[in-house]
Design a binder for this molecule. Structure first.
Ligand code: PDD
Length: 280
């Protein structure tokens, strides 16, 4: 069944969803995006995603294409029109279409597009076995706190990870892991979760934010600091978080087995807590 996509106020069959070749998202990656999970037909962590979107737009000085209420209504309508029970909604806002100039064009109106993708999230078989990661150099720009559509470094990184037999690449800068190509990175040592503190070096994950709250409510300690690949090799457990993977156990890093090659108790608990809340 063809999906219904959203383009600048219109709901269209996916084959009719088109934008201008002059769109600055296309020409300059001059835009931002959000990926929101849908579970049991409900949006997961919607408000944090929209708070982050607001911040990304502000940092890039891109205007809102519609009101916040309209954006929420659009998300709900997309779930409904596509009969989406489980998967993601991708939405992107760019600075709009205009003749090509590097500086901001005066006449451009922001472009807003969205589409859905049906995916298995809760019963993802990877969560049972755990996934593999490899470390790769972090070659991204200095403002990774902005969820920009400029994703060439993550695209190359993820491809390298796949070609090396892994599901994700953990990017390393100055000897320390920053984050995954499309996820935040964590290790567990002696019952304590360790993950990098927020800064311009990483994206402030919405799943990370929920995880912090759930951990606190259930007495699981999180230490916010950078860790090295060597520390990760020696960890008891490792995992990643993102809107499309939730809390995903990692059982191998650079070919070294973590926690005996099985998802450990802390990550299993955190995934269960996250799913229980997301299903509500
Ligand atoms: N990526 N770090 C990076 C670099 C990311 O691209 C993502 C998400 C995250 C996790 O953020 P959140 O928990 O809010 O999804 C961290 C999305 C899923 C993507 O690009 O598909």
């Amino acid at each position: 069944m063809a999906r219904t996509v959203y383009v600048n106020g219109e709901y269209l069959p996916e084959s009719e969803g088109k934008i201008s070749i002059f769109d600055r998202g296309f020409l300059f990656a001059d835009g931002v995006y959000e990926v929101t999970a849908v579970l049991n037909g409900k949006l997961v962590d919607y408000n944090p995603h929209m708070e982050r979107l607001e911040r990304s737009l502000k940092e890039l000085r891109i205007g809102w294409p519609c009101s916040k209420d309209e954006l929420k209504a659009m998300h709900l309508e997309m779930v409904k029109r596509n009969g989406l029970k489980e998967g993601i909604i991708y939405m992107q806002i760019t600075r709009g279409a205009a003749d090509r100039t590097f500086n901001f064009p005066k006449d451009a109106k922001p472009t807003l597009i969205a589409f859905t993708q049906s995916m298995v999230l809760a019963e993802n078989p990877n969560a049972v076995t755990g996934v593999k990661v490899v470390t790769i150099p972090d070659i991204r720009w200095a403002r990774r706190d902005i969820k920009s559509v400029m994703l060439l470094a993550p695209v190359l990184g993820k491809q390298e990870a796949y070609e090396r037999g892994a599901n994700e690449g953990w990017m390393v800068e100055n000897g320390f892991v920053t984050e995954g190509t499309s996820s935040n990175a964590y290790i567990v040592k002696d019952g304590k979760v360790i993950t990098r503190e927020l800064s311009n070096s990483i994206l402030a994950g919405c799943t990370r934010r929920s995880l912090f709250r759930l951990a606190q409510e259930h007495g699981i300690v999180i230490e916010e600091r950078a860790f090295t690949p060597e520390e990760a090799y020696a960890a008891d457990e490792a995992f990643l978080t993102s809107a499309s993977q939730f809390v995903m156990p990692i059982v191998e890093i650079d070919g070294k087995r973590i926690g005996g090659g099985q998802p450990g108790p802390v990550v299993r608990k955190l995934r269960e807590l996250f799913l229980t809340e997301a299903r509500r």
